[in-house]
Design a protein around this ligand. Structure first.
Ligand code: BES
Ligand code: MN
Ligand code: ZN
Length: 499
């Protein structure tokens, strides 16, 4: 189940709301917390009279500063009988703070049938409201295969009250599209691999893409062979369930440029014959995050009115351990014609990406190429689970992606495509080896993988997003749910919308 919660901006005030839970937002002022009175429907004095002490006194008693996401709850009668009222901190109401507050709000009103909050005030701009909605909807995302839900059920409806409810309509719609796209990707990522094989994911692409007005082309194993996708085939050859390549096309009228997005879609990564230990393997159903994100992004473009032509490629294979699996030492021929010696079958993501990127460069004439992949444990070691690694051949592209990430709450940090490390990928028997063979530089894993991919982009400006760290969450907190995070979905949509 993705997000069952709906958000509606509503002309109205908390004092007259029929919601069973209400929240009143509080800013951190220079002289202490400042309740926002727009959308409350009572004067400050009238509001004070409903509580056992003045609001200022109560907030002080509870050490409530109004920092973003802070909550404290009181039973109060605003005029329609007793109701649970939450004071909700929004800091200075920047977009990042409003995102946190939105998430805290949605989490604090789980279990209710309808909740209201006074955030549709003119003082909160559109970007802040969009972020609040993103936060509230992402925190309302749940995924379970169990009959009974594991945690309190998210409220089905949230009302945003205040005098600017009408102007809130567009920002709310925008935030809703961003959050729902993220939820679509999370559902795909969280689906167990027993169900999720390459053909299943290709079928979801046809279904979701079709509904979103995209044209969808699927290569099965026969077509992959015919067209020379030797790397995708090699990675998938050990699996009972064969690989696929999916192309999704979004073509607006008079498009401004052409972006190609490529997603790593390993539906399960055992490591292949270079087998992973179980601790590293047990979460590898999420190794198709990149492909899931690419599908969800493409499916949201029409709703956001994106003006750029965008093509999405999902490189889908299961990296299995079996007698027919590709072996260390085998040499494969990629779509581009370049050969690769497979020295470690667990470095499979770069192989399927090389085929898809080679195809993009040869056949699609992109102005920009961006790939997304849960590619290396090294990126996770370098940056942890909170930041994605970015590599790019173009400074403007890198800056635009970092900026979109900042505004989405999906931080990226650029790492270098260090030239002197390149020859570590030389192979005596093929054009390239799939892992670094010299240890002179201590095996900078994320950089080696990026340098490998760079060999397939020709002169097209290219960025690579390695999301192995932030791609999964171990906790249920803020905008994150346990499992796949679909990190970079909103970043890519913001970037494409503003391009
Ligand atoms: N899917 C993994 C990377 C990964 C690691 C994703 C941890 C999420 C969390 C990838 O296919 C992989 O196995 N990479 C190897 C590359 C190595 C063999 C050069 C790695 O990072 O260990
Ligand atoms: Mn691997
Ligand atoms: Zn992998």
């Amino acid at each position: 189940m993705p997000v069952a919660t709906e958000i509606h901006p509503v002309e109205g005030v908390l004092a007259e709301s029929t919601a069973d839970r209400v929240a009143l937002v509080v800013r951190t002022g220079a002289d202490g917390p400042q309740p926002v009175m727009d959308g409350v429907g009572l004067s400050p004095t009238d509001l004070d009279a409903r509580f056992p002490a003045s609001v200022a006194r109560l907030l002080d008693t509870y050490d409530f500063s109004g920092k973003p996401g802070q909550t404290v709850e009181f039973p109060v009668d605003l005029g329609r009988g007793p109701v649970r009222l939450t004071f909700l901190g929004i800091g200075d109401a920047t977009p990042a703070e409003m995102r946190r507050a939105g998430a805290a709000f949605a989490r604090s009103v789980r279990g209710s049938s309808r909740a209201a909050v006074n955030v549709a005030a003119p003082e909160h701009g559109p970007a802040a409201l969009t972020a609040f909605v993103e936060g509230a909807l992402l925190a309302s995302y749940t995924f379970t295969l169990a009959e009974t839900p594991r945690s309190a059920v998210p409220a089905p409806r949230l009302d945003l009250l205040g005098s600017a409810a009408e102007e809130a309509a567009d920002p709310v719609r925008h935030g809703t599209v961003l959050a729902r796209a993220t939820a679509t990707a999370r559902d795909l990522i969280n689906t167990p691999s027993a169900e999720k094989d390459p053909a299943w994911l290709a079928a979801r692409a046809e279904e979701i893409g079709g509904e979103a007005g995209l044209s969808v082309r699927v290569w099965d194993e026969t077509a992959l062979k015919r067209d020379g996708f030797g790397a995708i085939l090699a990675v998938g050859q050990g699996a009972v369930r064969p690989p696929r390549l999916v192309e999704l096309s979004y073509t607006p009228e008079n498009p401004a440029g052409h972006v190609v997005l490529v997603g790593k879609g390993i539906t399960f990564d055992t490591g292949g014959l270079s087998l992973k230990p179980n601790d590293n393997m047990k979460l590898m159903k999420t190794d198709m995050s990149g492909a899931g994100i690419v599908l969800a992004v493409l499916a949201a473009l029409r709703d956001l009115g994106v003006r750029t032509r965008v093509t999405g490629l999902m490189a889908l294979a299961e990296n299995a351990f079996s007698g027919s699996a590709v072996r260390p030492g085998d040499v494969l021929t990629t779509y581009s014609g370049r050969t690769v010696e497979v020295l470690n079958t667990d470095a499979e993501g770069r192989l399927v990406l090389a085929d898809a990127m080679g195809y993009a460069v040869a056949e699609l004439a992109p102005d920009v190429l961006v790939d997304v992949a849960t590619l290396t444990g090294a990126a996770k070691v370098a940056l942890g689970t909170g930041i994605g690694a970015l590599f790019a051949t173009d400074d403007d592209l890198a800056a635009a992606l970092v900026d979109a990430g900042e505004r989405s709450g999906e931080a990226l940090w650029r790492l270098p495509l260090q030239e002197e490390y390149r020859d570590t990928l030389d192979s005596p028997v093929a054009d390239l080896a799939n892992v670094g063979v010299k240890s002179d530089y201590g095996h900078p894993g994320a950089t080696e993988a990026a340098l490998f991919l760079r060999e397939f982009v020709g002169s097209v400006p290219w960025a690579h997003l390695d999301i192995a760290g932030p791609g999964r969450s171990m906790s249920e907190e803020g905008v994150l749910s346990k499992g796949g995070t679909a990190f970079t979905t909103r970043l890519l949509l913001r970037w494409l919308t503003e391009r």
